[in-house]
Design a protein around this ligand. Structure first.
Ligand SMILES: [Zn+2]
Length: 130
């Protein structure tokens, strides 16, 4: 139970480092050896390992998908925000969270490409550019 709660809080909170995550968890929960558990969790988290600062040979950045009504944030570690990468992130998001009927997106080239429009038509989602 504690492990699941820590994992959901960690992924939902946004994969921050040990200090920030520890500060967040201490506000709401008390578990024995919380610091050790958090350190262990972050050491084994694939996303945290990909984007940590001293991992300089691989440059990843976080691609966020945010639900407007609940403010739920899902982060994907990516190297480039091109059309194929964004489509891959959205497909993962659909599997884990579900498919929305409407998307709000900026005018990034990955969102206005022909391939992305084909993806939208295939998935049956509507896009609003902001
Ligand atoms: Zn993480």
């Amino acid at each position: 139970m504690e492990d699941e709660l820590e994992w959901y809080a960690h992924t939902g909170y946004g994969h921050f480092g040990i200090k920030k995550y520890m500060s967040y968890m201490n506000k709401f929960y008390y578990f024995k050896k919380l610091g050790h558990k958090i350190a262990s969790l972050i050491r084994t988290c694939e996303t945290c390992q990909k984007v940590k600062e001293n991992n300089t040979h691989v440059k990843y950045r976080m691609y966020p998908i945010i639900q407007c009504w609940s403010k739920y944030v899902k982060l994907f570690p990516i190297k480039r925000a091109n059309t194929w990468t964004v489509i891959h992130c959205l497909q993962q998001y659909f599997l884990e969270v579900g498919k929305p009927k409407l998307f709000l997106m900026d005018n990034g080239p990955q969102f206005v490409s022909n391939k992305f429009r084909e993806f939208q038509a295939w998935e049956g989602i509507r896009q609003v550019l902001i």
